[in-house]
Design a protein around this ligand. Structure first.
Ligand code: PGA
Length: 225
């Protein structure tokens, strides 16, 4: 199983969400022979679009799953602005936790991130836990890790597949970690280099997931690995 995760970050409005899914539907309909049974394709829209995305996936019968980009470390209650795992679990099966942008701009620390993992697990959400380097701790119970070196995110300068592979193997020394994804400037042209790299089980894609046509290209390439 290879993971292809689209992280839309703080992008799109509801009309653009509608267009993205209808374009994806068109691609799947026009290419019925594409083999994606070994791919787990997960779309992570901003929170307000999770219900809309869930409806569109069901309406168009798309082979796509949903994930959130983050979760609250707290349960329901007086936590203004926070979105609980219970709310997310109505729509999504996965959640990203600890993305370097959350750590940098929202000052999330490892205590908070561990609390998020526990909340997610308790609700049956699968955390995709992001680390930027070997110094970042991985909380217990995490089974999917996304390795994303900060210098590679949004820069167009991806880390080499060799280095991604080396890091993936090192992370997998921890026997609880079943899958390691690479993220940072993954594009249709380089996606397969990562998917083929030893120890790498998928990719986390930001910029190249925003246009349906580009993300489709990535799905097509990935389907041949
Ligand atoms: P990028 O972002 O693909 O735009 O580099 C990756 C990420 O931050 O998850």
């Amino acid at each position: 199983m290879k993971y292809l995760i689209a992280n839309w970050k703080s992008n799109k409005n509801s009309q653009e969400v509608e267009i993205w899914f209808s374009q994806m539907k068109k691609k799947f309909t026009e290419n019925p022979a594409i083999k994606i049974d070994r791919l787990e394709i997960i779309i992570c829209p901003p929170y307000p679009y999770l219900p809309q995305a869930a409806k569109l996936i069901s309406k168009y019968q798309l082979p796509l799953k949903l994930g959130a980009q983050d979760v609250s470390p707290f349960p329901a209650g007086s936590y203004t602005g926070a979105v609980t795992t219970k709310m997310i679990a109505e729509y999504a099966a996965y959640t990203i936790i600890g993305h370097s942008e959350r750590r940098k701009y929202f000052k999330e620390d490892e205590t908070q991130l561990s609390a998020k993992v526990i909340m997610a697990k308790d609700e049956g959400l699968i955390p995709v836990y992001c680390i930027a380097n070997k110094q970042n701790q991985i909380p217990e119970e995490v089974t999917i890790v996304a390795y994303e070196p900060v210098e590679a995110i949004g820069t167009g300068t991806a880390e080499t597949p060799e280095k991604a592979s080396e890091m993936a193997m090192a992370i997998k020394q921890n026997k609880d970690i079943k899958s390691v994804l690479y993220g940072g400037s993954v594009k249709p042209v380089n996606v397969n280099q990562y998917l083929k790299a030893n120890g790498v089980d998928g990719v986390l894609v930001g910029g190249a997931s925003l246009e349906a046509a580009t993300f489709w290209e990535m799905i097509v390439n990935a389907s041949s690995v």
